[in-house]
Design a protein around this ligand. Structure first.
Ligand code: SAM
Ligand code: SF4
Ligand code: SF4
Length: 341
């Protein structure tokens, strides 16, 4: 296959990253993502036969790399709820164009799986943790799951040789008092902590603008105690704005998708667990790739289908939200646990 230029969308954004959701299930019920009252015991998750198989995911990923994808992130739901995940990682590792494989996880199952994931070729993990306070964390994850379980997962990942970053979703009035304790702790541990503004993903998390703590406020809060210096972006499409602690190389990141949208450099496509391609985290609908896969279409045909989906992409939801926050929130959106973060 000759080297092709990355396909570009209507706003000239190349296709560079692919986020693959491997399951819509999760062992947590974070209030901002899968509130327990909606994702209860009777909730209809996808049956096994509707999930893409590992072979189907690998085949699609290979086609995505032919259109420009270089970085792949495995997500969910909780990706480690999917059985035999290292088998998929190894298949992705063997795809020539894939330069980087990362995973976003709640960390609860990492102690068991980190060595096999590393051995299969996973490069990096991002572990989500919203508080070091057991009571608050247990309330936020909706399952009373203890902080120590996640910290043990983080240690296991680092010991296995995985690069580790931490994601903290900040919600005013819920866990904003945890910003400084988290910054101090992960500075000490030597892991990059990334603060994520609470987003209006899906339709069920009761999002309100006044619950968003702007990234600028978070920086100021930390800077007052531990002076920060801005760091230049590493590459086009980098999501987090980065700072380092003065006098050290230790960094923090801020994902300010609400107050400073970064749609103009967004190079990410998403593949849901049932094989739909989404051009934006806030999309209402995806384009089905599973049926073409299962009805015997050739690689060339499916690659051209993906190309056409990206070429007509014009989404810039977060920038539009900045323009007029009220109206857009009423549009139905796919749930984050379905599409992957
Ligand atoms: N279960 C895994 C986890 O929690 O890391 C992976 C999937 S989760 C949907 C991916 C990321 O999205 C997590 O870091 C999570 O904290 C973040 N997230 C979920 N809902 C969010 C929201 N409403 N606003 C901001 N981030 C959110
Ligand atoms: Fe599960 Fe992750 Fe969503 Fe929490 S954020 S409910 S861990 S998918
Ligand atoms: Fe990308 Fe959509 Fe997020 Fe904008 S809102 S950065 S287009 S995923």
């Amino acid at each position: 296959m000759p080297e092709q230029l990355p396909v570009r969308d209507t706003r000239h954004r190349p296709l560079r990253d692919l986020r693959i959701s491997v399951t819509d299930r999760c062992n947590f019920r974070c209030r901002y993502c899968m509130p327990a009252e909606i994702f209860g015991p009777d909730f209809a998750f996808l049956p096994q036969h509707k999930l893409l198989s590992f072979e189907e995911i690998a085949r699609l990923t290979n086609l995505f790399t032919q259109l420009g994808v270089r970085k792949v992130r495995i997500t969910g739901g909780e990706p480690l709820m999917r059985k035999d995940l290292p088998v998929l990682i190894r298949m992705l590792r063997n795809i020539e164009g894939v330069q980087d494989i990362a995973m976003t996880t709640n960390g609860s199952l990492l102690v068991r799986h980190a060595p096999a994931l590393r051995e299969a070729g996973l490069d990096r993990v991002t572990v989500s943790l919203d508080s070091l306070d057991n009571e608050r964390f247990g309330m936020m994850n909706g399952r009373g799951y203890p902080v120590e379980g996640v910290l043990a997962g983080i240690r296991a990942a680092a010991e296995a040789g995985l690069q580790v970053k931490i994601n903290m979703v900040v919600q005013r009035g819920v866990n904003d008092q945890d910003i400084l304790p988290m910054a101090r702790y992960f500075r000490e541990q030597g892991h990059t902590l990334r603060f994520i503004e609470f987003m209006d993903v899906g339709n069920s998390n009761g999002w309100k603008l006044d619950q968003v703590v702007p990234a600028s406020e978070i920086i100021q809060m930390i800077h007052r105690e531990m002076p920060l210096v801005p760091v230049e972006a590493n590459y086009f499409g980098e999501v987090a704005s980065r700072y380092r602690y003065e006098g050290s190389e230790q960094e923090i990141g801020l994902i300010s998708s609400v107050t400073q949208a970064f749609c103009s450099t967004c190079t990410r496509a998403r593949l849901s667990a049932e094989g739909k391609m989404y051009n934006c985290l806030f999309a209402s609908a995806g384009e089905d790739l599973r049926e073409p896969l299962r009805s015997g279409r050739s690689d060339d045909e499916i690659r051209e289908l993906i190309r056409a989906i990206w070429e007509k992409r014009d989404e810039r939801y977060s920038e539009e939200r900045l323009d007029h926050t009220q109206g857009l929130r009423k549009r139905p959106k796919v749930e984050m646990s379905h599409i992957g973060g």
